[in-house]
Write a protein that binds this ligand. Structure first.
Ligand code: GLU
Length: 461
């Protein structure tokens, strides 16, 4: 039988790390089994669902290369089937009309609260013989005795007594299906064989099993993944440095890095850290998913990103640069990429370097760089600039030889001259070798930047 998994987000927000990991695990499992990975948009909550979120979720999945098979399945388009099966359950006497009013239910809730027991619908309408012409909801008849045994691939065997579950609603009074019914009917309609989702759905699963059994449908395999928490053990949020997939994309994180990070968040294979897509597909199984919750670690994500970044070719980096760099000579930009690549951990580091290499002026001078410029011996700097202006062979090793001679002659440290030069020509306190930077910048621009800091009066800078 073909394995069919699905990712079923509600379009009420953009894709977050937890959802992305669920999608990744479903995608990998389907690929591992030679099966299919489907996408279902659970858009039945008309008030909170927005098409912009559907688009964002789809774009994020595509960016992560988690492409789904076939057309997107929209839950809202399957409502006629939801209704059909709800009515079938009613006809078979496995569901019933409940006419209880809000007031009546509130009274039941108050009593439960007073008795300090968890609220559960009393089943007052379960055995009504007559139909009434008033508003009603449809409730499933939860068996009275026995228990449900869930064999979860991750959580193991979990038993729940029917007695702890109520006759829950499957159709609201406005004739719309509840989430519980819609999910089961959709998974059945889509021939889903494996449901892999967050363990916050575990309690829903028991209710859904009641529906599967009532409809006489085969249960899919269930895998409930422990959730992701922040480093402090609380629910993951922005506070922990976690962002939406869209935000990571905007910040130039590499999708392969995010996938690798999410893969290792809760799943492992021996002590292997890095997985190519092919390796992940081959090695993935739900057995490797741990039972305990995982903790988000922004530093780890950054270091994985740096690992993948260092593998990129210049051409790949070129494609990821801001569009403004496409106007420059490709060969020149590629040479500059070589200059920065060794020290760079991400695209931003490259762009930071390019920004002072590709503009006539240094746009931003950091405060620390300004301090180094001011601290330098002005006479030595001006003398050095004057001499530099006379150098014809503007090449790194020649420039290095010259500066070293100046250091010796003035009896100062290399830092005393190299640091203010660096700060003047880059606006930063760090950069690749200043001799290389000087060479690549060219004589004219370099001298102009140096003069700008040492020839002009403070108020002219
Ligand atoms: N729409 C649900 C959610 O976003 C997922 C339902 C499911 O996976 O069964 O949490």
């Amino acid at each position: 039988m073909t394995v069919i998994t699905r990712f079923a987000p509600s379009p009420t927000g953009s894709l977050h790390l937890g959802g992305a990991r669920t999608a990744l695990f479903n995608w990998l499992y389907a690929k591992n089994q030679g099966g299919k990975f489907l996408l279902r948009i659970e858009d039945t909550d008309l008030l909170r669902s927005k098409s912009i979120y559907t688009k964002q979720i789809c774009d994020s999945l595509k960016w992560l290369n988690l492409n789904w098979d076939g057309e997107i399945f929209f839950q809202s388009r399957n409502v006629s089937k939801h209704l059909k099966f709800a009515n079938l359950l009613l006809d078979k006497g496995l569901a019933y009309k409940c006419y209880c009013t809000k007031e009546e239910l509130n009274k039941e809730k108050e009593i439960a609260l007073k008795n300090k027991v968890p609220y559960k619908y009393s089943g007052k309408c379960r055995n009504l013989k007559k139909s009434y012409n008033t508003e009603y909801v449809l409730r499933i008849k939860t068996p009275k005795e026995g228990f449900i045994t869930l064999k979860d691939n991750i959580q193991g065997i979990v038993n729940v007594e029917y007695n702890n579950l109520e006759d829950f609603i499957i159709l609201r009074s406005d004739n719309t299906p509840t989430y519980m019914l819609a999910v089961v009917v959709d998974d059945y309609t889509m021939n889903v064989t494996d449901v892999i989702r967050g363990d916050d759905h575990l309690t829903n699963t028991f209710k859904q099993i009641i529906l599967y059994n009532a409809l006489n449908w085969k249960l899919p395999n269930f895998s409930h993944i422990p959730l992701i928490y922040g480093a402090d053990g609380s629910k993951l949020s922005k506070r922990h440095g976690a962002q939406s997939v869209l935000e990571y994309e905007k910040k130039n994180l590499l999708p392969e890095a995010l996938n690798n990070y999410l893969l290792r968040l809760g799943w492992g294979y021996k002590d292997k850290e890095y997985f190519s897509t092919q390796e992940a597909i081959e090695l993935f199984s739900t057995k490797g998913i741990g039972k305990s919750p995982s903790r988000f670690d922004a530093i780890k994500l950054k270091s994985i990103n740096s690992y993948y970044f260092k593998k990129l070719t210049n051409d790949q980096i070129l494609k990821k640069l801001k569009p403004e760099y496409s106007y420059y000579n490709k060969k020149k930009i590629s040479q500059l990429i070589d200059l920065f690549k060794n020290r760079a951990e991400n695209i931003d580091d490259i762009e930071e370097g390019l920004s002072y290499m590709c503009n006539d002026i240094v746009k931003n001078i950091s405060e620390d760089a300004l301090k180094l410029i001011d601290k330098a011996d002005k006479n030595i700097m001006i003398e050095t600039i004057n001499k530099l202006e006379k150098i014809d062979f503007w090449e790194a090793s020649n420039l290095e030889k010259f500066i070293k001679a100046e250091v010796k002659k003035n009896n100062i440290r290399m830092f005393d001259i190299a640091a203010p030069i660096r700060s003047s020509i880059t606006g930063k306190t760090y950069s690749p070798s200043i001799f290389l930077v000087l060479e690549k910048l060219g004589k004219e621009v370099s001298i102009k930047r140096l003069k700008n800091n040492y020839y002009l009066k403070d108020n002219e800078r």
